[in-house]
Write a protein that binds this ligand. Sequence first.
Ligand SMILES: [Zn+2]
Length: 318
Amino acid sequence: MNFIAGAEVRTLAHVISVMPRHMKNLNLTFIAAFFWTAVALGLLGFASTAQAAPKRVLVVTTTLGFRHSSIETAEKIIAKLGNESGAFTVDYARVDPNDPKFKGPDGKPDKKQVDEAIKAVLTEKMSPAALKNYDAVIFANTTGDLPLPDPQGFLDWVKSGKGFVGMHAAGDTFHGFEPYIEMLGAEFKIHKAQVEVDPINEDKECPACRHLPDKWKVFDEIYQFKKFDRSQVHGLLRLDHNPNDNTPGDYPLSWCKEYGRGRVFYTALGHREDVWDPNWPDRKNAKEVAEAYQQHILNGIKWAVGLENWNAKPQTVQ
Ligand SMILES: [Zn+2]
């Protein structure tokens, strides 16, 4: 091949050498233009392969129990984080019960129609075939025993090397499906009045927490959990006292864990709009709290889809 290429080059050189001068200049100009175009195309090709395609994330906000008013804010903020970072694109499985199309004769949402719409969207977006379109699923303030088309198939999908991210009421979801609780790492038990707490940063190296101070201050509805086992999770944020009555104890707020070949990230924070959104007008949290929360969940999502890496082994076994 080298010989042939060399011969071709010599042949081209010979043709040019016997051309009239004005034709030579034209041809050299053409060859130069061709060369630089090829270089530019090559560089473009390199740039496009170096920049990986964004990951695909399904944001689920359907609710069969309590519906948080912060859901709409959560949906917008997660999409914004994906857009601005270029890390992921967002699709939704969502049903807004206040959509006028669900209005019943009494002016309230018709529960039967809403439940049917929830079942339809989850069947469409979370069937084993549909899940192949995504790298991670986010449960943002979901509640209740959601009618997934194949609940165990969903957990097996995560286990196969995909990501699961849960915010706040994701811990108040699937009380009737123990394998989900085992996947998540805990089950919501109770919350009392909203309160300012000072979460302890349990991992100052991890990108989901390293921007947070040793003791962060955040005002939110603070969940307490059951079925939580530190030997099964890597702790990220916790309280060393009861959020509402100050009794000393272990009160987890955020953690991550490996689940088969998959990754699970959970944060109990995210009840209030002003925890999600630094521009929410009626606020008790400083803007910086919401900015820090966004960094916390953005890096949690990036870890879940494999764009960040950190040590997720339980601290108890290190
Ligand atoms: Zn809440």
